[in-house]
Design a protein around this ligand. Sequence first.
Ligand code: NAD
Length: 420
Amino acid sequence: MISSLNTSPVFSMACRQFERAADLLNLPTDLRERLKYPKRAMSVSLPVRMDNGDVRLFEGYRVQHHLTMGPTKGGLRFHPDVCLGEVAALAMWMSWKCALVGLPYGGAKGGIRFDPAAHSQAEVERISRRFMQEMIPFVGPNVDVMAPDVGSNPQVMAWMMDTYSNHAGHSVPAIVTGKPVEIGGSLGRLEATGRGVAYLVKRYLEGAGYKMGQVSVAIQGYGNVGSQAALGLSGYGAKIIAISDVSGAYYDPSGIDVHEALRYGHLHKTLDGWNGAEKITNEELLELECTVLIPAALERVITSENASRIKCKFLAEAANGPTSNEADRILEDRGDVEVIPDVLCNSGGVIVSYFEWVQDIQSFFWEHDEILHKLFSILDKARYEVECQKETLGVSRRMAALTLGISKVARAKELRGLFP
Ligand code: NAD
């Protein structure tokens, strides 16, 4: 397993970030190995009947990074390029994120290698249920808890919960988070990641002396996270000048009607054909002059090739791993772009997933205001701790966030010792 992960460019990227942080923390070699490689990595074959009667085999993955601090927690991605290395990298980042914001979880991630847009709803349901069926021996509310990620959504989580509950013989809402509210989901979870991104961006902007009315924002990816970040930031008074999805990017320097774009996107399942703004490319969007650039789609879109050309003042990493190691170095050398790293920036999603899990276990549900208040206070604390660590160690904000997260997991491993 370890040798196959080492050939993955995304896993190598996560490892290089980890090694830099581990050097700063002076971690011994044996502890580094235990921290870096996942505890469990599973690959499953999913035979599924298509609407036309044919049977097709799909490939699915689940990686549980560490089990030291509680169950593992992480999203499930539906994408044609998903692979074990990418999922292992995303699981590792989840571990550092959960530790950074103080959640009792290890990181996990899963994926099924297919494009949900190319399948009927009934086929997506059968693929999802078959995946959960294969995962039943390895997951559970106290073992590993899934949530939506790219390509999956609350409906998928409802099918996952139903499949697991049928096996258990009773409803087990805490098996997944990001479910619809009607079956044990949490108020605020749908918008939590994007709202968290918007809140942190506002706090950083205000700290730097910006008035929200002067702020322009470009967002790559207008799915759950990108669109909710856009709604949150425009609600705070910022102007959203560009949005995008897989069909391309849409630019209007005088400001995009984010509600209208969302309505169009929901209706057509894509922004393709939307005439509310000038069409540009996703690559052009990344290089627009703006106050805040928010990558909210996939990994490694800011690279050694374009890092010197991005013109934002703040890079808010709503996506996981959007900045390659080489681009990170270029941005550090430039020193004129404030990076809000993924493990901090998009942590609102897993924080409210944690609230959902707690509410499900207690069968006691909280009000929306209470959830947002608790979310923002955890984000404020994490942001404060990251800024203190940045000052103390004299490192980038990414290294500050990673060293905080990694050191908590390292300490937990030392305290528990090695069994047997
Ligand atoms: P989503 O599927 O709802 O949206 C993804 C968006 O990215 C879509 O608009 C899609 O068209 C676009 N996209 C896909 N490929 C693209 C490409 N090559 N170029 C440009 N756009 C492309 O997914 P999401 O849940 O919004 O997740 C987005 C990112 O946020 C991912 O990196 C995910 O890991 C991260 N994230 C999500 C959550 C969550 O709660 N959903 C939490 C933390 C982090």
